[in-house]
Design a protein around this ligand. Structure first.
Ligand code: GTP
Ligand code: SPV
Ligand code: MN
Length: 626
């Protein structure tokens, strides 16, 4: 990763066809095959050097894709404003092209792989005319870790290259590992916006009408067309590290999950590691970086989005973060909510679709600084919104897009755990499942055992967010926070979770918990203070692992016994409300939920293990006798 501040200069050579830095026949033949299809003007093999990063950024500044941010505030940092039609993941245009529809399952968009490839090959044909084809070798996970996996992404987007540089271990060292293994996930990406001779480019090329994010799980391939944004285009992330990796994990006895990983050190010094699965924009980055509100407790970040977990020889489940950077939601990030994220943004950042203050009077060219909702109470003035248009506080639209993001190297976060790149991973003691639910779901519930926890993960639901195109605030079932990210049949996925539970002794399995930070009162305000106060829940979880906190049995599971959740320092009235509303199970309203839960499990198809229906029956019985 580049850490230097390069100044714009036109004396550097433009990047053109570099000689291939590999003698690996499989790699060379694959790249050559695609070069013939894509027909780029040039091929550039990415080495991952700081010089390469700086040069690409400078070229994007010259092309108008990037604006350099005031280096006094954010050295070596840039702002990109996307095409307004290309702002988030597109679940409707995301496909799992497994051999059969049944293998993809009822929650995925399925296409016949042969037909989809045929259609996409037509789209890819000549798609890079007038552009450079970048060959991006990358590693997901610490280089050389037995849990890590390798890929090569072909792309015509320099924006994607520099983001992949931050988000993965990218370049020559990854290529060396790929050569040694002879194996890699093949990722092909094009913006779908070829340039005719002499045609001027646009700042954010894309092809929204032909967008298609295709996964071929059997052959471990990803073909992505038409989008340059986030999970649609940074193929190491959701496409590889979740959809393809979940299939690899099923086949090979491990887990690829949509989870943060944090390390927590209690006052007694016995560090534990917790993973937590929350859907997109439901608090993973914030939780991973939290500053505990309770004295004596320390939280450190191992990962903020994805966890790969494998059993060690000792029978414990170990997790790595396959990523090397954070692609975090900007709006809402503030000194109050997530000071560690702001500190991580010292420099070397890419900001996408945030607002910016226009050039200042003393001649600095480019945007001076970035802004998003809640960064400060009063927005700076004047301010340009994410469309690049003048914005006023009384405007009827947000200044930053709700899915505006920062990309930043993980190592820059002051809260990063020293062991975050340990190739053997960190041992996981607890896993949380959580969604955005305004009602019903308590603040924290401990599962009775693994099977019950798998049931709770399977019946999770959450309000939709701006991370994906479509309606926001609509409740949907989102099993394990993986609804848009499972690379195979959801029934088989749940069966895999049950199998994991049989792979070691019960005492060595992580304890499973269900959490919800998002309950609202009758005025629609969040009841639970959240953020650093979520450490109170972490404390209870750690004390449950250590066997020192009391729980009370309810039909839903084990809730904190009165006074066992540390609410010290919270004012008395709120404490009472928390105790009465967030730490109780209402059997009547949950009994009403049972038919919906049953219908949900049925809709997941006939591969859902019977045990899940048994769990539902047990819940029903417990509710009836409560
Ligand atoms: P992705 O990167 O899309 O996967 O999202 P994420 O799960 O990392 O969510 P993130 O931490 O970025 O939070 C998303 C939004 O939820 C932000 O606007 C946060 O401010 C808000 N949020 C996070 N944690 C809490 C919390 O504990 N309480 C409340 N009320 N809001 C929260
Ligand atoms: C998410 O949507 O869960 C994200 C953003 O983390 S993206 O990388 O676009 O998938
Ligand atoms: Mn996040």
């Amino acid at each position: 990763m580049a850490t230097t501040t390069a100044q714009e200069s036109d004396t550097e050579d433009p990047i053109t066809t570099g000689a291939a830095p590999t003698s690996s026949r499989v790699v060379l033949e694959w790249v050559e095959q695609w070069r013939n299809i894509l027909q780029p003007d040039a091929v550039h093999w990415c080495d991952g050097s700081p010089q390469e990063y700086d040069q690409l950024c400078n070229e994007m500044v010259a092309a108008g894709t990037f604006l350099r941010i005031n280096p006094d505030n954010h050295p070596n940092s840039f702002l990109a404003l996307s095409d307004p039609r290309d702002v988030a993941r597109v679940e409707e245009q995301t496909f799992i092209a497994a051999a059969t529809r049944e293998d993809a399952g009822p929650t995925n968009n399925w296409r016949d792989p042969t037909e989809l490839k045929e259609k996409l090959l037509a789209d890819f044909s000549g798609a890079m005319k007038g552009r450079t084809l970048y060959v991006v070798p990358f590693c997901m996970g610490p280089l050389g870790s037995h849990i890590s996996q390798y890929g090569i992404q072909l792309t015509d987007s320099p924006y994607v290259v520099v983001n992949m540089d931050i988000m993965t271990r990218m370049g020559q060292s990854a290529l060396k590992h790929i050569e040694a293994k002879g194996q890699f996930v093949r990722c092909v990406h094009s913006l779908g916006y070829p340039l005719a001779a002499g045609e001027a480019d646009v700042a954010w090329p894309c092809n929204p009408d032909k967008r298609c994010i295709a996964h071929f799980p059997e052959t471990r391939e990803i073909w992505s067309f038409g989008s340059g944004y986030g999970g649609n285009a940074l193929l190491g992330k959701k496409c590889f590290a979740l959809r393809i990796a979940s299939v690899m994990a099923r086949d090979d006895g491990w887990m690829a999950e949509h989870m943060l990983i944090l390390g927590v050190t209690p006052p007694n010094g016995e560090k534990k590691y917790i993973a937590a699965a929350f859907p997109s924009q439901c608090g993973k980055t914030n939780m991973a970086m939290m500053v505990p509100s309770i004295p004596g407790w320390k939280v450190e970040t191992v990962g903020d989005d994805i966890a790969w977990m494998r059993f060690g020889d000792d029978g414990q489940l170990y997790a790595i973060n396959p990523e090397a950077g954070f692609f975090g939601v900007a709006p809402g990030t503030s000194d109050k909510t997530n000071p560690n994220a702001l500190k991580a943004l010292v420099g070397n950042c890419i900001f996408t679709n945030v607002a910016h203050t226009p050039p200042n009077a003393n001649g600095f060219v480019g945007a001076d600084d970035v802004w998003w909702e809640d960064l400060s109470e009063t927005p700076p003035s004047p301010l340009m919104d994410w469309h690049g248009q003048n914005w006023q506080p009384d405007s009827d639209r947000p200044a930053a897009h709700p899915n505006a993001r920062f990309t930043v190297p993980a190592a820059q976060a002051p809260c990063i755990a020293p062991e975050w790149e340990d190739p053997k991973g960190v041992p996981i003691s607890a896993i949380m499942f959580g969604g955005r639910r305004a009602d019903a779901v308590p603040l924290v519930t401990e599962a009775r055992d693994w099977e019950h926890g798998v049931f709770l993960g399977a019946i999770m639901s959450s309000e939709t967010t701006a991370a994906a195109a479509g309606a926001v605030g609509k409740i949907r079932f989102d099993p394990f926070a993986m609804l848009p990210f499972m690379g195979y049949n959801v029934g088989d996925y749940i069966a895999h979770w049950l199998e994991i539970g049989n792979s070691t002794s019960p005492e060595q399995l992580p304890k499973l918990f269900w959490v919800n930070w998002f309950r609202r009162d009758s005025d629609n305000h969040f009841i639970w203070p959240g953020f650093g106060d979520n450490a109170r829940v972490v404390k209870w979880v750690v004390e449950r692992i250590q066997g020192t906190a009391e729980a009370m049995d309810t039909p839903l599971g084990l809730l904190p016994a009165p006074d066992s959740l540390d609410l010290s320092g919270i004012d008395a009235e709120l404490r009472e409300q928390i105790q009465a509303e967030l730490l109780t199970c209402d059997p009547d309203s949950w009994s009403e939920e049972i038919p919906r839960l049953k219908q949900h499990l049925e809709q997941l198809g006939n591969r859902v293990p019977r045990k899940l229906f048994d769990q539902l029956d047990s819940l029903k019985r417990r509710l009836e006798t409560a």
